[in-house]
Design a protein around this ligand. Structure first.
Ligand code: ADP
Ligand code: MG
Length: 269
């Protein structure tokens, strides 16, 4: 099967500083791929490069092929055509994805409308409302009647992230990028969101690029992982292998630290 995403020799740099160097990896259709790395290692910039949303000061070189379209050097129009059908992103802080002044139901309705239009389907109010309900149900949000009319600040952080996930799924993307989607949430909610994302991408057959600094979280989600440090990939391979018997010294340090943390927690229990 041909790759859905192919990143080949990607370099990202400002005028005077290299931020990501010679990064290469692929994601197959329906595959769950994880990126682990400490803060500042270049994970988010890589995600932004894939969606063509890099800050102006940062220039990409190398190749990114997404759903058969070259991203580096593509026009804004070509990129706009990719966002939605090819890729959608869930960010760390759901408030950044949400309009504080718009009821949640209407916010989910916008990408639903765009997708129905793209598909040449029925875009009547009834059809859109039906899809919004379906999405609320898919992301396991209770009490849809209240939620549709609620504003972002009136629901919990976990519920806001579920709404952001619903908005991303409304596009029916082939690839879902989740950039630290649980980092801003408490531990219990984190676990629920991780389970939800994993279940949904499997259910819908969507590929996942899951980014986190938390090794344990990535281990729960990803079939294959890439470990990044200082803008480079230090190790890529099956999650079961990389997270238990890593080849790279830095990965081994991460794995050992996570193990020590677990043991310390068990000791306290
Ligand atoms: N707009 C920018 N201009 C210059 N440097 C940036 C910009 N955005 C991010 N960086 C730098 O790029 C590096 C990687 O950032 P980022 O991809 O956000 O890291 P991560 O997501 O792994 O924490 C960091 O050193 C960061 O300071
Ligand atoms: Mg980041």
């Amino acid at each position: 099967m041909s790759d859905l995403l192919r990143v080949d020799g990607l370099c990202l740099a400002t005028a005077d500083k290299s931020l990501v160097e010679d990064l290469s990896f692929t994601i197959a259709p329906g595959e769950r791929f994880g990126v682990i790395g400490e803060s500042g290692s270049g994970k988010s910039l890589t995600a932004l490069a894939i969606t063509g949303l890099l800050p102006r000061a940062i220039r990409p070189s190398g190749q990114i092929s997404l759903a058969g379209q070259q991203v580096v050097g593509a026009s804004e129009r070509q990129l706009a055509a990719l966002r939605g059908p090819a890729v959608a992103t869930v960010f760390q802080e759901p408030l950044t994805a949400l309009d504080p002044l718009m009821p949640l139901g209407r916010q989910i309705a916008l990408p639903v409308q765009r997708r129905l239009k793209r598909e040449g389907a029925d875009t009547s109010r009834t059809a859109v409302a039906r899809d919004v309900r379906l999405l609320l149900d898919q992301v396991r949000l209770p009490d849809p009647d209240r939620l549709i009319h609620a504003f972002p600040h009136q629901v919990s952080g976990g519920q806001r992230q579920r709404v952001a996930i619903a908005m991303a799924l409304a596009c029916r993307p082939q690839l879902l990028i989740a950039d630290e989607p649980t980092t801003a949430l408490d531990v219990t909610t984190q676990a629920e969101i991780v389970k939800l994302i994993t279940a949904l991408v499997d259910e819908l057959g969507i590929a996942l690029l899951f980014i986190s600094h938390d090794l344990a979280v990535v281990g729960q989600v990803a079939e294959r992982v890439m470990v990044m440090r200082h803008g480079r990939a230090v190790e890529t391979g099956p999650a079961a292998k990389v997270l238990t018997a890593p080849d790279d010294a830095y990965t081994r340090k991460l794995v050992d630290a996570a193990r020590r943390f677990d043991t310390a927690l068990e000791g306290r229990a």
